[in-house]
Design a protein around this ligand. Structure first.
Ligand code: MG
Length: 161
């Protein structure tokens, strides 16, 4: 049985202007968004990098360069759908993913279920395969000063026979 593991990490600063906050493809209300070329969905970016890493396919920046105007303001669900297509095309399927969001704010817990549903739909898997956790930086460093948000993700892929 062929299995592949991958890890991804992403960090974005919170924007100075009034951008919407997207995490896991979900609009999180009442909080300033993340700075970035696309919609800056750091959770999806970390998942994308974990999937690409599992198959040794480089990173999200190589597949969707932030110098390309096509991807300006692009919803990251498009990146995830495309990369999952590459995973399936290589004969693999997701066994499970486990992601941790490190941020002082907003509170993540109330949005976990809808993010799991959103990601499952986007990745064509079951929400049960998607674990989302959150922890606070306890006021330490730039994340503790609410200057940005960091996400770490691990995925396990299995060859589909
Ligand atoms: Mg990113």
């Amino acid at each position: 049985m062929a299995i592949r593991i991958g890890q991804g990490l992403d960090i974005h600063p919170f924007a100075k202007d009034d951008r919407p906050l997207y995490l896991g493809g979900v609009l999180i209300p009442n909080h300033v968004g993340l700075e970035g070329h696309s919609d800056a969905d750091a959770l999806i970016h970390a998942i994308c990098d974990a999937l690409l890493g599992a198959l040794n396919l480089g990173d999200i920046g190589q597949h969707f360069p932030d110098t390309d105007p096509t991807f300006k303001g692009q919803r990251s669900t498009y990146f995830l759908e495309t990369i999952m297509g590459k995973v399936r095309a290589r004969g693999f399927g997701l066994t499970n993913l486990d992601a941790t969001i490190l941020t002082e704010a907003p509170r993540i817990k109330p949005h976990v279920e809808i993010m799991q549903t959103s990601l499952a739909k986007c990745m064509q898997v079951s929400p049960e395969q998607i674990s989302l956790k959150a922890t606070r930086p306890e006021k330490l460093g730039s994340l503790g000063r609410k200057e940005g948000l960091l996400v770490m993700c691990v995925v396990l892929l299995e060859a589909v026979s």
